[in-house]
Design a protein around this ligand. Structure first.
Ligand SMILES: *Cc1c(COP(=O)(O)O)cnc(C)c1O
Length: 396
């Protein structure tokens, strides 16, 4: 085969997937896989869910694209569904998670500078966080590897250790515009945020006039067993962002904010050509309506309990497993060895999972995953990890 015509930005797995339905994927050799990664928390209703497919097909017959210079009933409908089911009062649609976070950062700065009339611009984020790959969002990200070779980075970002309220308080100054975090650090290793810490962050924001931005790009839309992860906590953000699970695989992002932020985004303040296109909005509305109508979020919470219970029972005694952690159907198996070998072996045996950092096997099944599928997946993970433990104990 000739050399690839693409930049080699991805270390790709040696599998070419060509078809997907529900929890199943098939490669170009006809081999079937059980999907416990959902395209990285994207296909939350499974592959090609009928309700979303029907909405897309119908929209394809009507209108594909319209400029945001015109009103767009599909966009209004999708925004209404999000607002009616969350603490937010307004939505800006874009095309990805990074763009949603970029919009949140811009909104925070503009709110302070144009509405409050101060010169706050700094955003505080946390070590191991992940917020995207644009220049601003990779600067916000608390991991050095995404920044290598991209200097100079934009100004106005600070990082502090997660769960260290004193360090956070010390980092706040009269330039602080917002504090931004994920409620489960996903790419950083599936690390859930402690409720007391989040309460402390909210109180600090209220005291200092700082905005709280939650990056729910991975945790949003039912993934954690609530429609939005903040609903696990008695805390509401000023701004939160969505992308991965919101369009069932159609590329779309959203930035949502409370009413007091609406005056910051006036006509001309922010824009996108493709954001909120009628097709994308048909996918979003059908995804949310399906989630609500079919109690998908409650079913995800129930599946989560079963999955975590089975993982603890079947992996709990293995010497190479330290911890099972996460929220809902965003689960990490923390190993005390690199996870990549086990992941490659699981792929060979027909279970698709991904890492989260070097030692964590991350499980992201769709939200409709059955007990039978969970049994299959846990059985495969238990065999692979126990075989690895046995091999290690006999080798010198
Ligand atoms: C994936 C992810 C992003 C970036 O989303 P893209 O659509 O890849 O730009 C940002 N934040 C979090 C928490 C993510 O998981």
């Amino acid at each position: 085969m000739s050399e690839s015509a693409m930049f080699s930005t991805y270390a790709r797995y040696p599998i070419t997937l060509v078809k997907g339905k529900g929890s199943r994927l098939w490669d170009d050799q006809g081999k079937e896989y059980l999907d416990f990664m959902t395209g990285l928390a994207v296909t939350s209703l499974g592959h090609a869910p009928d309700a979303v497919k029907d909405a897309l097909v119908q929209q394809l017959d009507q209108l594909w694209h319209v400029s945001n210079l015109f009103s767009n009933p599909n966009q209004e409908k999708a925004a209404r569904l999000l607002v009616d089911n969350s603490c937010a009062d307004a939505v800006f649609f874009c095309n990805s998670g990074a763009e949603a976070n970029e919009a949140a950062i811009k909104l925070a700065r503009r709110y302070h500078q144009k509405v409050k009339g101060n010169d706050r611009y700094e955003i505080i984020t946390f070590n191991q966080s992940f917020h995207g790959r644009t220049l601003a969002t990779l600067t916000a990200t608390g991991q050095d590897k995404v920044k290598e070779g991209f200097l100079p980075l934009p100004e106005g970002f600070r990082h502090v250790p997660l769960h260290d309220l004193a360090a956070l308080e010390a980092a706040v100054n009269d330039k602080t515009a917002a504090i931004m975090l994920e409620l489960v650090q996903a790419e950083g290793g599936v690390i859930p945020v402690d409720p007391d810490f989040l309460r402390g962050v909210r109180a600090l924001c209220d005291r200092e006039g700082i905005l709280l931005i939650l990056d729910e790009v991975q945790t949003g839309m039912g993934r954690t067993g609530k429609l939005f992860a903040y609903q696990h906590y008695d805390v509401e953000p000023d701004v939160f962002t969505l992308a991965k699970g919101i369009g069932s695989g159609f590329p779309v992002g959203a930035m949502l904010g409370k009413a007091h932020l609406k005056p910051a985004f006036v006509p001309g303040a922010h824009a996108t050509t493709f954001g909120g296109t009628p097709i994308a909005m048909a996918a979003v509305a059908a995804t949310i309506e399906t989630m609500l109508k079919e109690n998908v979020v409650e079913r995800a919470a129930e599946a989560s309990e079963y999955l975590i219970g089975q993982l603890e029972e079947k992996l709990g005694d293995l010497p190479n497993v330290d911890q099972v952690r996460g929220k809902g159907l965003l689960i990490g198996i923390l190993c005390n060895e690199p996870a990549s070998e086990a992941i490659a072996e699981l792929h060979k045996r027909g279970l698709l999972v991904v890492p989260a950092g070097p030692n964590v096997i991350r499980l992201l099944p769709n939200l409709l995953v059955t007990h039978e599928e969970i049994d299959t997946a846990v059985g495969l993970i238990a065999s692979v990890l126990s075989e690895k433990a046995a091999a290690k104990s006999v080798s010198p």
